[in-house]
Design a protein around this ligand. Structure first.
Ligand code: FAD
Ligand code: N01
Length: 542
């Protein structure tokens, strides 16, 4: 096919435009090149890395084992890269992704600090026209959306915060040079995964830290540690087997899942299993019993265990009570893995404000006042208030399909896709590890690998058979949306008053449908194999 991404003509022609240069965009670029396609990846960030470029707050790290949360496409890369910790920190993940971009010479086809503003499908040419804030236009057969599930921060909706005169830092756009909170009076809003990671670190520096909590979360200790060289050597010697194990595990990573149900064992055994996993730390805790996410009684038992742990750790009983989650099953809101979360509330310089008991009236120029009249003064505010998840990055781009149909309109009742890969009316637009796929309910790198491989495999099929377009049918995508909802409803994920971003509940006015696919990596792959083998059933190829 035509031209190079560096062509000097006004419209630059490539086979594929990739939007995003995080894990998904980088792997896509590598794979597309290997399969003989010209491509360009566009990212608004100043550096590659996506999530790991933007979320530079203190304490940021992943909660999947480093050797699983990494690319499996190149054996030399696997052997030469040295992970230092069980759960790599943001700087280490950023360094890894930058290394991947350099090592495979991906940067020559990456345009940074470039925001995609518009993507329009031209029915005459059967091509996408992608425009950026730099005024560039790219023309391509395929438009590959590697825009991330958690890449657009939620709008600030904290009352009166616009009046506050001091600096306001967002965990999802942390200053590159870092922030020195030494001796300062700091307010932190939000106790999801980002807040839980950042707050204990900020508490070590700040003079006084006030934590504003609206909904308490279930927080499991990470027990992060340096990796033992013997362990690393063993992983490296058996890497293929390990990758296969990830790809054949529902969660997309190795987790030591217990096949027993919680009430198949005695009360003592159940408690001992929770204790063992609490001491081991990390998301393996979620694999304590097979039915934790499908049986309310089983889930109640694990919630009781965590609440008892909070009582054990937190000195002040009122603070402990406020930190205990109620009203939704563990998992309905993404469980959090943290370090010293509950312990942090025993520090003299940390105060918890439970907004359910003491509602916030408003921020002011120099602090905030609560509805009960209590006044606070702050030097700085930290927002860990979350994301407009899944669809956020799509609604920021003016995407138009057949007949000029805006994606916003096509998705006004909620995002609709067939298998999470494509949507009716938008031919050749592939979506990577986002809505309608296991994405955030799995090790996302495994989910990304599935989608990148299936996308390029499909492009190869089209090239071999002289086909120009692939497009999901409305019927197939309606059925997939139903399947996603049905599977979610077999679990406890959608239950309770969690206000979870899984369902769009954290964004006022957002349609509330369960967005990720809860059937797991393995069932999902089986479904794709069946669809592909049945001539891409549910897609029209022409
Ligand atoms: P991203 O990394 O989000 O990259 C998308 C890129 O697209 C971004 O760089 C963005 O700037 C760019 N983009 C979007 N819109 C546009 C546009 N219009 N124009 C130009 N560029 C655009 N997952 C796990 O499995 N395990 C974890 O432990 C884990 N930890 C996480 C920790 C944090 C703090 C967050 C926020 C998420 C975490 N996740 C985790 C989820 C994480 O997002 C994925 O694991 C993975 O990094 C997603 O990669 P991606 O390439 O799909 O998307
Ligand atoms: O965002 P969140 P996050 N006033 O939406 C509160 C991944 N991740 O960035 O629950 C007061 O979970 C809000 O309160 P409530 C992971 O997938 C992973 O923390 O709406 N509070 C909540 O407490 C994660 O799930 C890691 O009542 C307000 C918090 O802000 C996802 O990213 C690390 C408020 C937002 O929590 C998102 O996590 C970091 C307001 N107006 C992120 N608005 C790992 O460790 C919001 N809140 C792997």
């Amino acid at each position: 096919m035509t031209a190079t991404p560096n062509s000097s003509t006004s419209a630059i022609e490539v086979d594929a435009v990739v939007v995003g240069a995080g894990f998904a965009g980088l792997y896509l670029l590598w794979k597309l090149r290997r399969h003989g396609y010209t491509a360009v990846a566009l990212d608004k960030g100043e550096e590659v890395g996506g999530t790991w470029h933007w979320n530079r707050y203190p304490g940021a790290r992943c909660d999947v084992d480093s050797h699983d949360y990494s690319f499996g496409f190149d054996e030399e890369l696997e052997q030469e890269w040295e992970w230092s910790e069980r759960y790599p920190s943001q700087p280490e993940l950023q360094a890894y992704l930058s290394h991947v971009a350099d090592r495979f010479d991906l940067r020559r086809d990456i345009r940074l600090e470039t925001t995609v503003t518009e993507a329009r499908f031209d029915e005459g040419e059967q091509k996408w026209h992608v425009r950026t804030d730099k005024g560039d236009e790219y023309v391509s057969r395929f438009c590959l959306m590697a825009v991330g599930c958690l890449s657009v921060p939620k709008d600030v909706d904290v009352p009166g915060l616009d009046k506050f005169q001091g600096p306001i830092y967002r965990t999802s756009a942390w200053p590159e040079e870092g922030v020195d909170f030494t001796g300062l009076r700091v307010a932190a809003v939000g106790t999801g995964s980002s807040g839980v990671q950042a707050i204990p670190e900020i508490a070590k520096q700040a003079g006084k830290l006030t934590v504003l909590q609206r909904t308490a979360n279930f927080v499991i200790p990470a027990r992060n540690h340096k990796l033992d060289p013997e362990f690393v050597a063993n992983v490296k010697a058996n890497y293929r087997e390990r990758r296969r194990a990830c790809r054949t595990a529902a969660a997309g990573c190795i987790r030591d899942d217990n096949p027993k149900a919680a009430f198949d064992v005695s009360d003592e055994e159940r408690w001992a299993e929770y204790e063992k996993r609490w001491q081991g730390g990390g998301i393996a805790f979620l694999g304590a019993f097979a039915d934790l996410m499908v049986d309310q009684r089983a889930n109640d038992s694990v919630c009781d265990f965590i609440r008892a742990k909070i009582d054990e750790i937190v000195d002040d009983p009122d603070v402990a009570d406020s930190l205990k989650p109620f009203g939704y099953p563990m998992g309905a809101k993404r469980p959090v893995v943290g370090t010293d979360w509950y312990e942090t509330f025993n520090r003299d310089n940390v105060e918890l404000v439970d907004l359910r008991k003491k509602p916030l009236d408003s921020f002011t120029e120099h602090g905030m006042h609560l509805a009960d009249g209590t006044e606070y003064e702050f030097d700085a505010v930290v927002l860990a208030t979350g994301f407009d998840a899944f669809t956020g990055a799509f609604t920021q781009i003016d995407i138009r399909g057949r007949g000029g149909l805006p994606l916003q309109k096509a998705w006004q009742e909620g995002p609709k896709t067939h298998l999470g890969l494509g949507t009716a009316g938008f031919p050749n637009m592939f979506i990577i590890a986002n809505v309608g796929s296991p994405s955030v309910l799995s090790n996302m790198v495994t989910a990304i690998e599935q989608h990148v491989e299936w996308t390029v495999e499909t492009m190869d099929h089209m090239r071999e058979h002289g086909l120009t377009t692939i497009e999901a049918t409305e019927e197939a995508q309606n059925a997939w949306v139903e399947t996603v909802e049905e599977i979610a409803n077999m679990t406890l994920w959608p239950q309770g008053e969690s206000g979870s971003w899984y369902r769009g509940q954290n964004i006022p006015g957002k349609p509330q449908i369960f967005m990720p696919y809860a059937g797991g990596i393995v069932l999902y792959e089986q479904t794709w194999n069946e669809v592909r083998d049945a001539d891409f059933k549910g897609f029209v190829l022409a």
